[in-house]
Design a protein around this ligand. Sequence first.
Ligand code: TDX
Length: 325
Amino acid sequence: MGSHFIKYILVKYPGYKVINFDKLTYAGNLENLREVENNPQYKFVQGDICDREAVNKVVEENKIDAIVNYAAESHVDRSIMDPDVFLRTEILGSFNLLEATKNFNLKKMVQVSTDEVYGSIEEGSFTEDSSFSPNSPYAAAKAGGDHLCRAYFVTYKTPIVVSHSCNFYGTNQFPEKLIPFFITNLIEGKKVPLYGDGKNVREWIHTSDHCRAIDVLLHQAEAGNVYNIGTGKELKNIEITKLILSEMEMGEEMIEPVKDRPGHDRRYSIDCSKLENDFGWKAEKDFETGLKETIAWYKNNPDWWQPLKNGEHAEYFKKQYLERK
Ligand code: TDX
């Protein structure tokens, strides 16, 4: 998601200098930024937000005036297998960025967070005033980082805005998340493992709409505010699976019902009227169109995802598969 935002900002604000500070974990990929690597307004610095000194150095040396925190370990299944790195990145990493924002008097920090911190909701939608009730180690770690953001604003008036977004989809997404995982499995002729009864509900936003929302928060939102970023486009996993199958002209025999994810949240839903009322922001990308484009991108770019799925990460996918059998 961070690479989409960098490309978006460089086009929209040609005078801005963008520093991409990235640890390049398994999910980071400089290929995604190949088209801007020679742009004089863009610079890549490899580093970890958990490393306080490295964060301070990059902020000071580049006279950074704003931070957008896209850095996260983001995959729920991995957080169930191995939560340690999630806690460090989401909590300690956010803490280091908040410290830098405070100590170097930055103008703004935008925390990119998730609707998962609110937990599961059977009916209705969470607002920005809903309390946190995270259910996975990933969600609890994100909630920890977000609580720190709140505390820094209340205690130090650190200029922080927190965003809670629904599920992203689009191109260049590591092929472990539901949509790219299912698309790439089907391209490879493999079945798609649907957890539990397949009726868990998620709300979906295209990467382009998310970029527009973060742009608004970075430039217009008042410090101390929290905003939900959603689309209202709620779908059961089985519905998405059928849409993908139909677009790829394949049948439902490709669905493999598997054991449920432990602690699997039933439904996420957020009310994002605050974002619309304050700034007139609305999602623009129609889900069916965005999904078609995403499928076409994965079909046309096997060189991007095949090495990720079948190379050094093959072990992860195998382990996941065995867990769910
Ligand atoms: O193989 C699968 N089968 C399946 O049924 C996978 C990978 C997922 N699922 C289900 C689980 C979820 O109900 O699909 C749904 C979506 O799963 P993920 O893509 O893993 O996303 P989710 O668990 O909803 O979390 C995501 O949304 C919030 C992101 O991974 C987070 O980073 C984000 O903050």
